[in-house]
Design a protein around this ligand. Structure first.
Ligand code: NAP
Length: 297
């Protein structure tokens, strides 16, 4: 922690693929850390490093200056924040509440309003950069909500991220994340189709990735997930079922705004086939399975 950074007591709820690493960065930055997760064993490493286990989201909130959450679905966010005895009810006066889950803009606004009723600030701060970015502390963090709370939380965002942007009022962070997921959805189709075509043309797919990976088609997804598709490595960095959740939120928002997003609609349909086929716990690169007709090859 540099001399100008105030030490805070930070609560962290949700210690999955993303939260484990992100909470670790908060601890490494010198802050006191309280943790809670649905499955307790996932807190073991952090507790061994000095974090303090609490028995519920409300208990975390009662003990901390800042509460950070990155759980799974909007229903999980709603439960930890708004259920009786949850974070909003039990947060300390002056606490800052930060949800980093990819969740709905409407829920972010509802949580901010409930927090404001208690004189608290709530930020929606979803992230991009995947498990790799979480481990490296280089996530892109897109934030909606009160500007003064954003400024106060900046040292914590800095510990977890590389690109941190205040996008506007409550919900603006989630809307920005939806724009991100919409770009990813069609890119994943493009990478899968490119590799599928290369194979059908009798090309060495790895050589194709090497050849096009620094040209105009270059992208984080082509270079990061393309090789995994070629190798048939579908281990999750980002779960298929979470991506379907994100695309469903984005499509609902698009419908509300009366705009048509055909690429997103197509991608959600193909990813839904993976979920229906029992591949929801694969990583998003498993879209390539659809192109190999779900043979698992
Ligand atoms: P994950 O591994 O499933 O982690 C979610 C964690 O939250 C799990 O440990 C889960 O507990 C815990 N949890 C869920 N509901 C809870 C509740 N009600 N109370 C307490 N703990 C609860 O998923 P992840 O990959 O870290 O993703 C988390 C969020 O970030 C998702 O919204 C996802 O869309 C988003 N995201 C993920 C990535 C990525 O690349 N992975 C990138 C950007 C954004 P259990 O241990 O019991 O399951």
């Amino acid at each position: 922690m540099n001399a100008s950074t105030e030490k805070m007591t930070v609560g962290f709820i949700g210690l999955g693929i993303m939260g484990q690493s992100m909470a670790g960065h908060i601890l490494a930055a010198g802050h006191d850390l309280c943790v809670y997760n649905r499955t307790r064993a996932k807190a073991d490493d952090l507790v061994a490093r000095g974090a303090v286990w609490k028995d519920s989201p409300g208990d975390v909130a009662a003990a901390c200056d800042v509460v950070i959450t990155i759980v799974g679905y909007p229903k999980d966010v709603e439960e930890v924040y708004l259920a009786p005895g949850g974070i909003v009810e039990r947060a300390r006066d002056g606490a800052i509440l930060i949800d980093m889950t990819t969740s709905s803009p409407e829920l972010a606004q509802r949580i901010a309003a409930a927090a404001a009723d208690r004189g608290l600030a709530a930020l929606d701060a979803p992230v991009s950069g995947g498990d790799v970015g979480a481990r490296a502390g280089t996530l892109a963090i897109m934030v909606g909500g009160d500007a003064a709370a954003f400024d106060k939380a900046m040292p914590l965002f800095d510990a977890m991220g590389g690109k941190i942007v205040h996008m506007g009022a409550a919900g603006a962070g989630q809307h920005t994340k939806m724009a991100n997921q919409i770009a990813i959805a069609s890119t994943m189709l493009a990478v899968s189709e490119s590799l599928s075509y290369a194979k059908a043309a009798g090309l060495d797919q790895t050589a194709v990735l090497d050849a096009i990976g620094t040209g105009a088609a270059s992208s984080f997804l082509l270079n990061g997930l393309g090789p995994k598709m070629v190798a048939g490595d579908y281990a999750p960095g980002f779960f298929v079922h979470h991506f379907v959740k994100d695309m469903s939120i984005a499509l609902a928002e698009a419908e509300r705004m009366q705009i048509d997003l055909p690429g997103l609609t197509l991608a959600r349909g193909l990813y839904q086939r993976l979920v229906d086929g029992g591949f929801g716990e694969d990583g998003t690169q498993a879209l390539y399975r659809v192109y190999t007709q779900m043979t698992g090859a």
